[in-house]
Write a protein that binds this ligand. Sequence first.
Ligand code: ATP
Length: 319
Amino acid sequence: MLTLLKLLKDGRFHSGQTLGAALGVSRSAVWKQLQHLEAELGLSIHKVRGRGYQLAAPLTLLDADAIRRQSASCDWPILVFDSIDSTNTEALRAIQRGEAAPFLVLAERQTAGRGRRGRKWVSPFAENIYYSLVLRIQGGMRQLEGLSLVVGLAVLQALRESGVQSAGLKWPNDLLVGQKKIAGILLELVGDPADVCHVVLGVGINVNMQSADEVDQQWTSMKLESGRLFDRNALVALLGITLQKYLDRHQVGGFTAIQREWEQNHLWQGRLVSLTAGSNQIDGEVLGIDSQGALRLKVGGVEKVFSGGELSLRLRDDS
Ligand code: ATP
């Protein structure tokens, strides 16, 4: 099916006969595959009598060589999947198989993309970036401190350098434009953080997505913000470069070297928020983050510090 898609991706018309000849199948088999493409991948294909078939919009697929050419300094192997349950899950499986880190897992789509707390990350085919970079960390609790916030800054820089200037950070792991989510981060760790461990830096960025009914909160994409389509290979390359830069800074100076810059880019600095953990809710004013990336809130006139994967932040109506 994907061979057929690769023949069509230039956005030109191709006759059923040429496609059938290239695939070594009959015209009716081509027709069936086209229907699968539409149903399975949500693609729209124009069918015009006498001219053939054409993708409604040209498609650029992920290409490890193109990514490598544009980010020569990132010398990690790149594994590209047409379809996978979740790039983070595949990364965790690859660690178990003994794949040597660092390495990068990318996919055109995720059938079970994940957010925090088992929530779903909507991941349509060939529109966005689903990215999991695996690092091996040895004896360095310090190297894990604030790491997901460091990744957030790297994603933010990649978005800004691509022209999405208005993006900012929301503690702990989201990137928003205004109130709309444009990217999310999910870090997962295996092994002993005090000895040798692997960390999966999972990043989902909405790139060319223009509709997604299943997303149950406000969202946006780079395309919706800028009005233009983006080359995902160039963006993956740029993200590798910005990640490497921030990871190096973090390794040398620890999270304190980055704390101030993170706060400067926090969209909700000084705002009134509600922090929820399960059924508990705490209202307060955002003071900033501490030297480990935990959230500092003023609650009833007293500063309190919060951290942990179960916490979710919302702006209060009176903010
Ligand atoms: P919250 O934003 O409530 O604090 P969270 O940060 O824990 O939640 P994540 O786990 O990062 O959220 O992301 C999962 C949530 O993001 C989903 O429950 C859904 O509301 C939203 N979402 C899912 N897919 C997308 C997407 N492609 N773009 C933007 N938002 C999405």
